[in-house]
Design a protein around this ligand. Structure first.
Ligand code: NAP
Length: 272
């Protein structure tokens, strides 16, 4: 029985991961901001699966979040065997129009916190020669995404970081897996107001299916896994086609995102 630390568990893919690991008899540490939901989730998982479930309510956009999380886990007398870096969100739109504050928080949650948590759990894993890490990337990890440029850039980091670390840790008993989902039916698209885009109309997977794919490949110690055949084909196309073709296709997928300035108006000064 392992202790599994999962970030972003109150909905979507993280919630499905918590369910999956609890069902398999593991002890769970849930991390998200919404304390009421975390409490309900704790009671629900404990009563259904008879495993120990702890939660840490915390905003991962805060600098001190990783130290605070590790201190609380230490106080619980626990050590992390499996880390699932899942928490994340999107801020889509033309870069000139999007919220810088949200984008900086996104960089913080997707890059800084994911890196720091990994750094903090690794020494214990190496000492015990036992541990698994799963980082949630995206199909956007493979390509630049116009109208979602910061998001895709953060997810490229997740993929690159995971790949590098996977190789470094070979032979230590610790594996790193990067799970790359495509459009998934969670609160993610609603929160970013991209539900009406082609991306979320063409092919959308259920979070339970995505988490099951991640779970299976994490246990196998796989380096990278893209969720679903359609997304695998999409990723393949990014390797075969030049950026001059990929870029407009990626923009077309989110084409309901409105440009903040009317390009057709002669008075409009397009700043780039
Ligand atoms: N859904 C998709 O189409 C899709 C596609 C590719 C990749 N992904 C990736 O999958 C991961 C999970 O997203 P999802 O689709 O399951 O979205 P979701 O349903 O919105 O869930 C996101 C989770 O992250 C938590 N979270 C967000 N910001 C946080 C913060 N600052 N501090 C602590 N917790 C935070 C949320 O909890 P609280 O709000 O309670 O804090 C929630 O539990 C993300 O990394 C996302 O980028 C999603």
């Amino acid at each position: 029985m392992d202790t599994v630390l999962i970030t972003g568990t109150t909905s979507g893919i993280g919630k499905a991961f918590a369910e999956k690991f609890a069902n398999a008899g593991n002890n769970i540490i849930l991390v998200s901001r919404n304390e009421v939901k975390l409490q309900q989730q704790q009671i629900d998982l404990q009563s259904r699966y008879h495993v120990s479930v702890q939660y840490i309510s915390c905003d991962l956009a805060e600098d001190n979040a990783p130290d605070m999380i590790m201190e609380k886990i230490g106080n619980m007398g626990l050590s992390v065997d499996i880390l699932i870096n899942n928490a994340g969100f999107n801020e889509a739109g033309y870069f000139i129009d999007t919220s810088l504050e949200k984008e900086l928080d996104m960089i913080q949650v997707h890059i800084k916190i994911l890196t720091a948590l990994t750094k903090l759990v690794l020494p214990g894993m190496i000492e015990r020669r036992h541990g698994r890490i799963l980082n949630v990337g995206s199909t956007g990890s493979y390509m630049p995404c116009p109208c979602d440029a910061v998001y895709a850039a953060t997810k490229s980091y997740v993929l690159s970081f995971s790949n590098g670390l996977y190789q470094e840790l070979k032979g230590t008993g610790i594996t790193v897996t990067c799970l790359c989902p495509g459009a998934t039916n969670t609160l993610f698209a609603d929160k970013a107001d991209i539900n009406d885009t082609l991306l979320f109309k063409l092919f959308v997977m259920q979070p339970e299916v995505v988490a099951a794919i991640g779970y299976k490949n994490l246990l196998k110690g796989k380096r990278v896994v893209t969720a679903g055949l359609y997304n695998k084909l999409l990723v393949l196309s990014t390797k075969l086609l030049p950026i001059s073709i990929i870029n407009p296709i990626a923009q077309w997928m989110v084409k309901s995102v409105k440009f903040p300035l009317d390009k057709s108006s002669p008075d409009t000064q397009i700043p780039y």
